[in-house]
Design a protein around this ligand. Structure first.
Ligand code: HEC
Ligand code: HEC
Length: 474
């Protein structure tokens, strides 16, 4: 009885509430139609998601965050690209040279007549003027050119896509449709920066001279960049140690450029993880590496013992008038877009052997114990995915260049791309772990076999490799 009464009361209250709400609304709009307030619109979240995705893609591909002030004004990279014949200095950068240092061309940005001429071999790929034409079309992935009224290249800036996009070679090697999130394993960042006629500012920052800076840049090679150099000034790993054996001395400190796909669902990104996750790193990169105009705060960089360059230059607290900030407002969309990027899907029979992979699956979560860290199907730990160097049997050089001295369990989705060398120059394929110390996946498996004393047989190792090649992000 009592329960029924309460029920009736609740229903009555709801009806009164609705009536009140409707009449309030009617009062406001002076009509009989009830206006649904914006925040109650059913598909607002979907609309927001679509907008964030589209904005994020635009930012990822084309936004320089105002970094022309560095790459153009300070490094004068545009003058080297244009060359003397086009109002710059030196020989200039032809499309041939650009492709040789791993820059990629977006075929979808090229007008049909140019495509036809390219097919007929009528485009001079040895003329820097052709590079300028490509820049005008916004066709060089990750490089934005600014042109003055006379058509002269007046500045350049770089975008996230420079390092984290490649193309599918559909037209020719290095020319094709964009593949966002794919690390550009061919891109020789050091060689690109070395084109600059004036690296004095970098030398001053690093308390050294220009020839030394150029030597360091030359040491990186394709597919690598040293994001910590401008914090700690440490250009070389004095001793690379693997499973207790010295495997190299004075190894360049640059790390492989990771993919920016398959990153959703887990905490902590970058090789060393303890910096933070995607939105932390995006702000860090946009402001401190690309030299975009934005606010950045991380008091950990004030630790002068660990980050002498960063501490001396106040990188831990970069302030800017909010009206001049070209980074902060873009962080939400930029993060959203990266979370939306899936890893590529390998195909059985082409990218891996299905029978061997299914045996490898058993080993991965069984005898080989890989799943303890690379948890299926994120391929890293849900939760806290960081490990000490000794846990994975390698030296601490790179780990020590980040706040907590650890390595992140790298996610493995789409790793077949690197093993097989998909859309990259054959000489740049393979290379695993942050510094690329292992040439092949079998080398990685051999390392774990030794480090963990797994006692894997050769056929088991092979099965495990086939399984690794079959992985993609969930
Ligand atoms: C000059 C090349 C370069 C540019 C430009 C660049 N990155 Fe990176 N990115 C790297 C390298 C190298 C690392 C690895 C750094 C490390 O682990 O210390 C990295 C790491 C990352 C990671 C972590 C990936 C993972 O697997 O954990 C993300 C996400 C990322 N970058 C996004 C971006 C975004 C977004 C931009 C643009 C705002 C950008 N990057 C610009 C080279 C670059
Ligand atoms: C204790 C945790 C842990 C275990 C167990 C583990 N890994 Fe890893 N794995 C890591 C970490 C951390 C890295 C990143 C190393 C680096 O940054 O250089 C990594 C990197 C890798 C990479 C290279 C990824 C890249 O992008 O270069 C592969 C491949 C890999 N592991 C496969 C395996 C396999 C196969 C097993 C089992 C035999 C295994 N791992 C067991 C933590 C682990």
């Amino acid at each position: 009885m009592k329960k029924n009464l309460i029920g009736i009361l609740v229903v009555a209250l709801i009806i009164v509430g609705f009536a009140g709400f409707a009449s309030l609304n009617a009062g406001a709009s002076k009509s009989n139609n009830v206006d649904v307030p914006g925040h109650m619109k059913k598909d607002l979240a979907m609309e927001n998601a679509q907008q964030l995705f589209l904005d994020g893609r635009q930012i990822f591909r084309f936004d320089t965050f105002g970094d022309e002030a560095f790459w153009g004004d300070t490094l004068k990279l545009h003058t080297a690209i244009a060359g003397k014949a086009n109002g710059g200095i030196g020989p200039g950068v032809s499309p041939g040279t650009a492709l040789a240092v791993g820059l990629k061309v977006d075929v979808d940005a090229l007008p049909q007549p140019l495509i036809e001429n390219l097919k007929k071999g009528k485009v001079d790929l040895n003329d820097p003027a052709t590079t300028l034409a490509l820049l005008k079309l916004n066709a060089v992935v990750g490089i934005n050119g600014s042109f003055d009224k006379t058509g002269k290249l007046s500045s350049v800036g770089i975008t996230c896509a420079l390092c984290h996009s490649t193309v599918d070679d559909s037209f020719a090697p290095g020319i094709g449709h964009r593949l966002d999130g794919w690390a550009n394993r061919d891109l020789n960042v050091g060689a690109v920066v070395n084109l600059s006629p004036d690296l004095s500012s970098v030398a001053t920052l690093l308390n050294t001279n220009e020839p030394t800076v150029r030597t360091v840049l030359n040491s990186w090679g394709p597919g690598k960049f040293d994001a910590e150099l401008f914090l700690d000034g440490k250009a070389f790993n004095p001793q690379q140690v693997t499973d207790g054996v010295v495997t190299g001395t004075n190894v360049p400190g640059a790390t492989l450029i990771p993919n920016a796909y398959g990153l959703a669902g887990f905490n902590q990104h970058t090789w060393t993880g303890s910096w933070g996750s995607i939105p932390y790193w995006n702000a860090f990169v946009a402001v401190l590496e690309m030299h975009g105009k934005g606010r950045f705060f991380d008091p950990r960089l004030n630790n002068a013992a660990k980050f002498p360059i960063a501490a001396a230059n106040g990188f831990g607290d970069i302030r800017i008038n909010p009206d001049d900030d070209l980074v902060t407002s873009k962080l939400p969309a930029l993060q959203f877009y990266q979370l939306a990027l899936p890893s590529p899907e390998p195909q059985a029979g082409i990218d891996f052997d299905a029978g061997a992979a299914s045996r490898g699956d058993e080993l991965f979560s069984g005898k080989a114990m890989c799943n303890n860290c690379h948890s299926e199907p994120l391929w890293t730990e849900p939760g806290w995915n960081l490990h000490t160097p000794s846990e994975i049997g390698i030296d601490s050089f790179q780990a020590d260049r980040a706040p907590d001295g650890v390595y992140k369990t790298m996610n493995l989705g789409g790793i077949f791309v690197r093993e097989r060398g998909v859309f990259m120059k054959p000489e740049n394929k393979g290379r695993f772990y942050h510094d690329g110390r292992f040439k092949t996946l079998l080398d990685v498996v051999n390392h774990y076999d030794k480090a963990f004393g797994l006692g894997l047989t050769n056929p088991e190792k092979n099965d495990l490799v086939e399984y690794l090649k079959s992985l993609s992000s969930p």
